[in-house]
Design a protein around this ligand. Structure first.
Ligand code: ATP
Length: 366
């Protein structure tokens, strides 16, 4: 059974902006799916279309296999959390969490009290029911907003940048906490963020949006390691991107000629000689060593399945468990290389050589 299905959803706002240009997705029950992409790409519009705050211009929305395209939000059985929490300031925390069940009718006071207590326990704020929102920290208010959305036992949880207004440390804690709660409740969740790190760490699947479309949908590891397009590679994580054209393809390997270098890469299926492509190399795929040759970039002599660059470190910064180096190659290209700290440590100004296996060089659509 699909928990949420979008079928050919397009949304044109009055005034002409085509915010969503045709998106399709089947979200499974209990799945955590993140819509990620740059500002204005249509994430919020897609989420609001699922919630029922926007009606699609074309296409259909189904929840629990029932088409709901024409139903108003309150008949859709979803719970929503917004970036600004949107708690009712004049109500206590208990009243806030009870709100959905009260509005729904059909529950006794005892049922509501028991459910509110259960929800406050779930978000680890059991003693806070009598306070008002202004007596809570930002992180606590966010938990209350989550408890309020979950209290009426909706079919799906819709989260619109719920962590964006929290500071970095708290945001990281809440990422873990939100995922724990989502898994404990087993609720289907659609999460909107423009933060790629949040998307990679929290989701079962990521839908990378660009200009009103899903450019790629898949599990975090797949979207990161096997991006289908240059946009996806560039948006999620850091990517070294080389634009060039394919000179040869044989035995699962391709040779790609760029302006400054010739690269050996894995040959993605369908790639053929003459294609204009981009090659993506993730920063952690490089090995780093002391410069040994005078030459620039070479594909090593034997099977030529390594690409070796010579260059100078122009900048380094500590990221905690790893170190990021920026290199200028002899050909004048900037490369970003990340190594685990304690391994191959280097300083700015040093001349180094970096190598990367052909297998770790991915061809994507230009
Ligand atoms: P952000 O990360 O900045 O919130 P987003 O990816 O969520 O962006 P949307 O808010 O869905 O993007 O907006 C998509 C496009 O639709 C933008 O060009 C935006 O200006 C436009 N848009 C959004 N809401 C409306 C509206 N009510 N009326 C007209 N145009 C709108």
């Amino acid at each position: 059974m699909s928990a949420i299905t979008l079928d050919g959803v397009r949304k044109r706002y009055p005034g002409g902006v085509l915010a969503v240009k045709g998106v399709d997705i089947d979200i499974e029950s209990g799945e955590f799916v993140t819509l990620v992409g740059p500002s204005g790409c249509g994430k919020t519009t897609t989420l609001r279309t699922i919630a029922g705050f926007e009606r699609p211009t074309d296409g259909t929305v189904s929840i629990a296999d029932e088409e709901v395209t024409d139903l108003p939000p309150y008949e859709r059985d979803t719970g929503m959390v917004f970036q600004d929490f949107a708690l009712f300031p004049h109500m206590t925390i208990h009243e806030n969490v009870a709100y959905g069940m009260e509005a729904d009718g059909g529950y006794t006071d005892e049922e509501i009290d028991a459910r509110v207590a259960e929800m406050l326990e779930l978000v680890e704020l059991p003693e806070m029911g009598d306070r008002t929102p202004d007596q809570l920290s930002g992180g606590q208010q966010q938990r209350v907003a989550l408890a309020r959305a979950l209290a009426p036992k909706p079919q799906a949880l819709l989260l619109d940048e719920p962590l964006a207004s929290l500071d970095k440390k708290l945001r990281e804690q809440m990422q873990v906490e939100l995922r724990r709660i989502q898994q404990e409740v087993g609720i289907t969740t659609v999460f909107v963020t423009h933060n790629q790190e949040e998307a990679l760490t929290m989701s079962d699947r990521i839908a990378v949006m660009n200009d009103g479309r899903f450019e790629q949908v898949g599990p975090p590891g797949e979207v990161y390691d096997e991006p289908k397009t240059r946009f996806v590679a560039d948006f999620l994580g850091t990517a070294n991107i080389f634009d060039g054209s394919v000179r040869a393809v044989e035995n699962g390997r391709a040779t790609v000629e760029c302006d400054d270098v010739t690269l050996r890469t894995r040959a993605t299926s369908g790639v053929k000689t003459g294609d204009d492509v981009s090659v993506v190399i993730r920063p952690e795929r490089f090995e780093l060593s002391t410069a040994t040759t005078d030459g620039g970039t070479t594909a090593e002599a034997d099977g030529a399945d390594l690409n070796v660059f010579e260059g100078e470190i122009t900048f380094r910064r500590h990221l905690g468990s790893s170190i990021e180096y920026h290199l200028e190659t002899l050909e004048g290209r900037e490369l970003v290389v990340v190594r685990r700290s304690g391994h191959d440590e280097r300083t700015a100004g040093e001349r180094v050589s970096v190598r990367v296996e052909a297998d770790d060089c991915r061809i994507v659509e230009a």
